[in-house]
Design a binder for this molecule. Structure first.
Ligand SMILES: *[C@@H]1O[C@H](CO)[C@@H](O)[C@H](O)[C@H]1NC(C)=O
Ligand SMILES: *[C@@H]1O[C@H](CO)[C@@H](O)[C@H](O)[C@H]1NC(C)=O
Ligand SMILES: *[C@@H]1O[C@H](CO)[C@@H](O)[C@H](O)[C@H]1NC(C)=O
Ligand SMILES: *[C@@H]1O[C@H](CO)[C@@H](O)[C@H](O)[C@H]1NC(C)=O
Ligand SMILES: *[C@@H]1O[C@H](CO)[C@@H](O)[C@H](O)[C@H]1NC(C)=O
Ligand SMILES: *[C@@H]1O[C@H](CO)[C@@H](O)[C@H](O)[C@H]1NC(C)=O
Ligand SMILES: *[C@@H]1O[C@H](CO)[C@@H](O)[C@H](O)[C@H]1NC(C)=O
Length: 527
């Protein structure tokens, strides 16, 4: 049987070669032999998991054969139907799904349309739940999340072909990946928004149109999720839905990963040098450069910031340091993050700010982002566009601008504005952050949480205990301590070891467990 992951077969083939080269068998190399043995055992375990998942996936799609059991039966849904055997490069039946463009309002003259791809819940118990996903940017396509993070099939960096994803979020709900706002991906029309209330109004209008077509979803338990700049989008959409009742979906909570939710000073500059020190093996700066960084850190108030202000509970509002007088932007002489990220590329030309532990070689991506493509950009192919009812147009992972005007998004960061209201109105609010992400640094999210007042108090009242997040994964067997976690007053915060920015891509087992928690499939995010 063909292995679904080419890299696995390569790894298995290379082990005997390594044995031969080192003269396997000599007692001096027994440590090496044992290591190779362990590697074989783990690869077999992983291979079995993916094969099993792939088979299970087929049986799920069987359930939908014949149209009497199609979950979305409204004739208006028919033009959006995607046959899972016709998706280019996907060499198995991925099951039924629905994709295409829908307008942001019922106005027959409406010119603005968003692109979506809807997949039914693979577990029939969750057919009454709807989970929305958006990537960030602003202007980045949710098809990235679909194809490389949490969709039913995955075509990851360096992988030779797409494979069924045993960690697909469709286990927990019907999932809709939406390209939004207008100006992103396949969306149609001219952007006209200047802030995220307007973004939320348009997205909510789209959702109204969407549940008219997929009317089995009317009244569904609803969850919003997203990553990165969706730290603005998702809380603002949730806030809008809570404040403007009318959409017939029952919003229960949100999940945001490595979110943009405070000032750049907070999420990049204040924690930057501590991040470099914590990952000194991948930031091999010389001593004079490190000394100049230390000088900036001392002069700008970064060095003792955590000790001085990030207390549980906090002593009062946290000061914004390193900024220009009368502004919230980092002062030029305090832009330590820019200096670090400029210098590191001289030492490591393939430095990956989205996951700092990556090294040479630089893996290709079929989406051409954040790495180059080898052959084609998947969603830019007309055969792919035809299969999913997308318009024939040039598709790039990140486009834009999506806000009109010189100054971009005019909204305040979510944790400095509407997030408290969202937490108070939601059953569950989950914020996760990968500890190997540098584009947005986890310690900055901690600062933002400690400066936020919700449900009657400011910040967490007791500290985030180290090693408090555990994974127990039945699919590939990942298990044990996997990060740090804290829950208070309906806010859950989880930090994942080893993960870069795109947490469902890098630690799918950990992200999956937190989505199980969000949607009520488990009582705690931690095992
Ligand atoms: C199911 O319905 C879709 C349209 O909704 C149609 O295109 C497809 O051919 C049908 N499949 C079967 C197996 O009848
Ligand atoms: C943007 O355009 C839509 C129509 O596509 C309109 O309904 C809406 O009021 C406009 N929004 C702004 C902020 O101008
Ligand atoms: C030390 O690092 C800085 C920043 O990368 C560089 O400009 C400088 O030339 C380096 N010094 C030496 C002696 O390599
Ligand atoms: C750092 O600051 C110290 C004390 O002001 C100074 O002597 C030193 O030259 C500075 N080092 C760098 C690399 O800027
Ligand atoms: C903390 O919140 C206050 C009030 O919103 C704000 O003025 C201040 O800049 C914030 N500090 C940080 C570090 O974000
Ligand atoms: C995207 O597709 C168009 C034709 O549909 C082609 O001209 C263009 O080169 C493609 N872009 C990339 C980056 O592959
Ligand atoms: C947490 O959410 C539940 C369900 O929405 C609510 O009943 C409870 O009061 C909330 N707890 C706090 C401390 O806000």
């Amino acid at each position: 049987m063909r292995l679904p992951f080419t890299f696995l077969s390569l790894a298995l083939l290379s082990a005997p070669a390594a044995l031969a080269r080192y003269g396997g068998g000599a007692s001096a190399y027994s440590g090496l032999n044992q290591a190779i043995q362990r590697q074989h055992e783990h690869l077999d375990r992983v291979k079995d998991a993916y094969m099993t998942a792939s088979t299970a996936h087929h049986s799920h799609s069987k359930r939908q054969e014949g149209n009497s059991s199609l979950p979305f039966a409204n004739p208006a849904a028919e033009p959006f139907y995607v046959d899972g055997t016709t998706i280019p490069e996907v060499n198995f039946d991925a099951g039924a799904s629905w994709a295409g463009l829908l307008p942001i309002s019922g106005d027959p003259e409406e010119t603005k349309e968003l692109f979506f791809w809807l997949w039914p819940a693979s577990n029939p118990e969750n057919a009454d739940k709807l989970l929305f996903w958006t990537n960030g940017g602003p202007g980045c396509s949710s098809m990235e999340g679909f194809l490389q993070e949490n969709g039913p099939f995955i075509w990851n960096w360096g992988q030779s072909e797409p494979v069924a994803n045993p960690y697909s979020w469709t286990e927990f709900a019907n999932v809709v990946w939406v390209e939004q706002p207008v100006g992103t991906g396949f969306t149609q029309g001219t952007p006209n928004i200047t802030n995220d209330d307007e973004l939320a109004e348009q997205l909510t209008g789209f959702l109204g149109q969407f549940i008219e077509v997929f009317d089995e979803l009317q009244g569904a338990e609803f969850y919003l999720s997203g990553e990165s700049y969706a730290g603005y989008y998702v809380p603002y959409i949730a806030n809008y839905i809570y404040e403007h009742p009318g959409l017939n979906l029952n919003l229960q909570g949100i999940w945001i990963a490595d979110p943009s939710l405070s000032y750049g000073a907070v999420q990049q500059d204040i924690p930057a040098l501590r991040f470099v020190q914590a990952h000194s093996n991948v930031f091999p700066f010389n001593s004079s450069f490190l000394e100049s960084l230390q000088n900036i850190s001392d002069a700008c108030g970064y060095t003792t910031y955590l000790d001085d202000y990030v207390h549980y509970p906090p002593d009062g509002l946290l000061p914004l340091v390193g900024v220009q007088e009368g502004s919230t932007g980092t002062a030029p002489e305090c832009r330590i993050f820019d200096q670090i990220t400029e210098e590191i590329y001289w030492l490591n030309p393939v430095f990956n700010i989205y996951r700092v532990t990556d090294t040479f070689p630089n893996l290709w991506s079929v989406l051409g982002f954040p790495r180059d493509t080898q052959q084609f950009i998947y969603f830019n192919r007309t055969d792919v566009q035809d299969a999913i009812h997308a318009p024939h147009q040039i598709w790039e992972d990140c486009l834009g601008p999506v806000y009109v005007g010189e100054d971009g998004d005019q909204s305040l960061p979510s944790m400095l504005s509407i997030m408290p209201n969202v937490i108070e109105k939601s059953a569950r609010t989950v914020v996760v952050h990968g500890l190997a992400d540098m584009i947005l640094i986890a310690e900055g999210t901690r600062i933002a949480i400690q400066n936020m007042t919700w449900a009657g108090a400011q910040g967490f009242q007791t500290p985030i205990e180290p090693e408090s997040f555990l994974v127990q994964d039945d699919i590939m067997g990942a298990q044990g301590v996997y990060g740090n976690m804290h829950q208070e007053r309906n806010l859950t915060y989880v930090e994942f070891y080893m993960s870069g920015h795109m947490t469902p891509q890098f630690v799918p087992w950990a992200a999956y467990q937190t989505i199980a928690y969000l949607t009520g499939a488990r009582e705690s995010p931690s095992a």
